[in-house]
Design a protein around this ligand. Sequence first.
Ligand code: NAI
Length: 318
Amino acid sequence: MPLRFDNQVAVITGAGGGLGRAYALLFASRGAKVVVNDLGVTTHGEAGGKGGVRAADKVVAEIRRAGGEAVANYDSVEFGEKIIQTAIDAYGRVDILVNNAGILRDVSFAKMTAKDWDLIMLVHLKGAYSCTKAAWPYMQKQKYGRIVNAASGAGLYGNFGQANYSAAKLGLVGFSKTLAREGERRNINANAIAPLAGTRMTETVMPQEVVDALKPEYVAPLVAYLCHESCRESGEVFEVGAGWISKLRWQRTQGHMFSSPTFTADDVAANWAKITDFTGATYPTSLQESMELVMRRLEEFKTSGAPAAAPPAAAPPT
Ligand code: NAI
């Protein structure tokens, strides 16, 4: 049976073009009623984007021509409550939210202005917060929700000229992981994806043949699967592009346990090879799991009488 979204409502932000458009078309073709949000800005977040606010209308028209259901919304993602209200007014519910809208303000960190930083945080982080905040009470009440946040390889690995964008995109990974914990009891799943696709966002940094080959349609099936009711993944991160999908996880070295918490910087240097040796690495999946070793160690110190904390550092220079 093909995965369907009948009687479900999907809100896709930044769906007037690129990846968001591909998601909107796919959800609609599989029975979802779709809110196509797009402010119609340039890649830099300025007025005058290709198609302007009509970009959303065009995608809505495409969906309707194909026999699907959709409405447009032209608000900025900063005003998530208005976007979710469009879903409620038109269809009475919201089941799926894809926080996809995005802009770039690429510049080396030395030349980055506060505006470059703030605009990126506003659209990516505040935008995802604002839309999710507005959708969350509906999802909690109906005990069902599926959220996908658009992260990026730049956030996972860092990329020259993208300190602002990388910070926001990795922020969305942490956001997804915490939403997953808080949504668990009410069947609300949240995941993050790091897509790679040829869109206007990437056409200036990739050769045309690569842009043409990396179709947004090759990313959309993962987003649809993550938003399906049968999908159990939550709080996870996936890389996706060109017909390839992969899941990521944190990896931690065994590390080195010092005999006393009063070790020195010289002890750190002497044990550096062990601290950074990934042989026998572990894969913590929660904060509790990550803290387990340290908490056990504290208990050991308590029972062995060793000091529980390092001595206070030297007073800072005044
Ligand atoms: P795109 O530039 O084609 O589409 C982004 C859309 O978001 C545009 O239509 C734009 O008008 C809209 N938008 C921008 N600011 C908005 C706001 N404040 N409110 C509402 N809509 C707004 O870009 P693309 O490539 O489709 O990117 C989609 C998402 O995927 C973005 O979050 C991007 O950062 C992320 N991404 C894309 C990658 C790629 O390879 N294309 C790589 C990694 C991440």
